[in-house]
Ligand binder design. Structure first.
Ligand code: GLA
Length: 721
């Protein structure tokens, strides 16, 4: 170990004599690289911001370093970010630094580091986008080959990040249908921990492509945390290897399994970005950074308040009919709702969509179910002063459909093998690598929007994984491109939709929360968090999703009293109090409300309208985690100017003689006074506010009494002076 240190120090000394230094800084973080022409490009440091690299050198922090983009070939022992096979069979890479370029922008600077193989005609550009106002760095790579034939890309990560020695705790999100975004935490031991997703279509249904790494502990408000998320919607691999010196090496990118990519002359292969951040103030600050960044720079209409919606799924399922839909529209409008979304079950001319066994692909109204067509529903929404939205699942088809009858070659399938089918026993995935399929999918949206320009919202679903791996479109020697080309095709379609319909609101759904992904963030306004609408389950799932995703993007719906997924009977107030901490909506039959419940729901919707800007555009402070097993959970949102805040407290489980922790709030202005007032009370009575200073609320806290199963409270705080 000591020898290694001396060697590294000597290497550093010799390299730093000739090498150029590149210090890349966000408001509170810095990244340090050095490069010498025709030598190596090294990455030395990622952490607290420094004004000058001398702090990094003098403290020894930059001593343990490695190539900024490790390649297989010269150093063969550690996991590489990149590996190739050249046409002559050579498996080695030797990328040498050429030059760096800094392109300044309004909100960010893009640094490009040009590398090229010492012998073969392959150029690699490493990109780092450094934001001026948020502690976010995007890191990705681009490859260009100018030789004969093609170079086969065998490993093509977006980013490599060496982290300083320590004991690392990894937190990641794991889940399955109806139980998405569950937080899991473990201390990393030596060796590699690999997060991987091979669903092919929905890359958040099992493990999310994101990770938080705490150095010497992982806390909400203290300590070093390194976090990253891959902006890609397809298969991915995140490899964290702890070496003998207790340093952690993170390599993240598209999964290379069965995805060797043949790169020919003239083509550029660009990896997705690894979006990363560092904080020395724990996970909370990291999440707020990602939320703000996502709202400002990634999510569609990220700074625009969202409508309160009613989705027809749990209220009607496939039983779509004019009478019930119109009743829902009117009841919801009476409650103060703003947008109605017609879910599955409205389409299919030859084969009516009466169950999940048929019709995907036939996106024309089912005349048997809606004889007056969609326009009649849109008109009925107009009369009720609400907007109209609709569900589609355009990447899929069923074997019982006109689409499949006409284009059996458009599905992902293997020649000479029986088809493995998905949902309903008949579902198949369309081959998005095929430009004709891309045109068709764009056309699904384009036709709907042309025929019914008043459609304001589309729920875009995807309920099957990529089975039957094989493309009828890609040539035999490029079959291994399918996992990648599927998502490139999807992105092309979504870009076309966004270019033509910039104001359209879109929700990404995939068997519930299977596509909560930064890969499609720019094209969607929000995600359907989960098909599980049980309010208790949602507290856990929304807590998990909030690690990276802002509340404005989290569809959070009040559903029936006897929950359809868990059979639990949960009071209406509790269901509303949980849904109101995200983008509030409903997923039920409002006609099933008793008159008192109807009155309460109308009041809750009106209350949400008052707090909506705070929840949807404010900063999140997580106070008590449901995972902490304290029987309660609490979170709050604070407006950026600290004028207003909303506090949510939930009882997860009732125990006798509970000890209620005093809630110490966060994010307020210490010297200001706040009027704090309970809202959304069960008896609808207005409560008198009390005035307390921000400093007292944050240091001493307030007592919140919860006295029975499913008790919950919401408080609204307003600055008085
Ligand atoms: C998926 C979605 C649900 C609903 C159904 C319709 O399961 O997650 O919200 O849209 O499909 O079939």
């Amino acid at each position: 170990m000591k020898n290694l240190f001396i060697i590294l120090t000597l290497l550093l000394f010799t390299s730093s004599v000739y090498a150029e230094e590149f210090l890349l800084s966000t408001p509170r973080t810095s990244l340090l690289l050095t490069g010498e022409k025709d030598g190596q490009l090294y990455l030395h440091y990622f952490g607290r911001r420094v004004l000058d690299p001398s702090d990094i050198w003098n403290s020894g922090n930059g001593m343990l370093y490695r190539e900024a983009y490790p390649q297989f070939g010269l150093d063969c022992t550690l996991e590489p970010a990149m590996a190739v096979m050249y046409p002559d069979g050579n498996l080695s890479l030797d990328l040498r630094f050429q030059k760096a370029e800094n392109i300044k922008g309004n909100h960010s600077d893009e640094w490009k580091f040009y590398l090229k193989d010492a012998v073969y005609p392959l150029e690699v550009t490493l990109h780092y986008r450094i934001y001026h106002d948020e502690d976010i760095i995007e890191n990705w790579a681009g490859y260009q080959y100018s030789g004969k034939g093609f170079v086969e890309l065998r490993q093509f990560a977006s980013a490599y990040m060496p982290l300083p020695p320590g004991q690392y705790t990894m937190q990641h999100l794991h889940g399955s249908w109806a139980s998405e975004h569950q937080m899991e935490e473990e201390i990393l031991t030596h060796g590699s921990k690999i997060l991987v997703n091979r669903d092919g279509v929905r890359n958040a249904l099992t493990d999310h492509p994101s990770v938080m790494l705490g150095r010497n502990g992982l806390e909400e408000n203290t300590g070093d945390v390194y976090a990253g998320i891959l902006a890609w919607s397809g298969n991915y691999k995140i490899n964290c290897t702890l070496d003998n010196s207790h340093r952690l090496h993170l390599i993240a990118g598209i999964d290379n399994f069965q995805s060797e990519y043949k790169l020919s002359k003239g083509e550029t292969f660009v990896t997705p970005a690894w979006v990363m951040s560092y904080s020395n103030k724990g996970k909370g600050e990291i999440s707020r950074t990602f939320h703000r960044w996502a709202r400002k720079y990634a999510l569609a209409h990220g700074e625009q308040k969202r409508d309160i919606l009613l989705n027809s799924w749990e209220g009607l399922y496939f039983n779509v009919n004019m009478k019930d839909v119109c009743r829902m529209i009117n009841d919801f409008s009476g409650l103060g709702g703003e947008i109605f979304v017609l879910d599955d079950g409205w389409f299919g001319k030859k084969y009516s969509r009466d169950s999940d066994r048929s019709s995907l692909g036939d996106w024309e109204v089912s005349p048997g179910k809606l004889p007056d067509g969609l326009q009649a529903l849109i008109d009925s929404c107009k009369c009720a002063s609400i907007r109209f939205g609709i569900w589609i699942e355009p990447e899929m088809t069923n074997t019982i459909s006109e689409l499949y009858e006409q284009h059996p070659d458009w599905v992902i399938s293997q020649p000479n093998r029986p088809l493995k089918k998905g949902r309903g026993g008949n579902q198949l995935v369309l081959d998005l690598s095929n430009p004709k399929v891309q045109d068709f999918i764009f056309g699904v949206v384009d036709k709907l929007m042309t025929q019914y320009p008043e459609i304001a919202y589309i729920k875009w679903d995807a309920n099957m994984s990529l089975a039957n791996y094989g493309s009828n479109y890609l040539p035999a020697n490029k079959q291994s491109h399918l996992y990648i080309e599927y998502h490139r095709g999807l992105r092309k379609v979504l870009q076309r939709i966004r270019a033509k319909y910039p104001d359209l609101l879109m929700q990404a759904c995939a068997s519930g929360g299977g596509r909560i992904s930064y890969g499609i963030l720019p094209y969607f306004d929000e995600f359907w968090t989960s098909d599980d609408t049980d309010a208790i389950e949602r507290i856990y799932m929304q807590w998990g999703a909030s690690q990276f995703y802002p509340a404005i993007a989290m569809g959070s719906h009040v559903s029936a009293a006897r929950n359809h997924q868990t059979n639990k009977l949960i009071p209406l107030k509790f269901r509303f109090d949980v849904a109101m901490s995200g983008r509030l909506g409903m997923e039920m039959q409002p006609k099933d409300f008793t008159p008192d419940e109807y009155k309460f729901a109308a009041q809750a919707i009106s209350t949400y309208k008052q707090i909506r800007p705070v929840v949807q555009l404010g900063d999140l402070y997580r106070l008590i985690s449901p995972y902490a097993q304290k029987n309660i959970s609490s979170l709050m949102y604070v407006t950026p100017d600290k004028e207003e805040a909303v506090l949510f407290v939930y009882q997860l489980k009732h125990r006798f003689n509970p000890s209620f922790p005093i809630l110490t709030l966060q994010g307020l202005s210490p010297d200001a006074s706040y009027e704090i007032c309970e809202i959304n009370t069960a008896d609808l009575k207005e409560q008198a506010g009390k005035t307390i200073t921000g400093g007292f609320l944050m240091d001493q806290g307030i007592e919140v009494w919860l006295d029975k199963e499913y008790d919950s409270k919401i408080y609204h705080l307003k600055k008085t002076k």
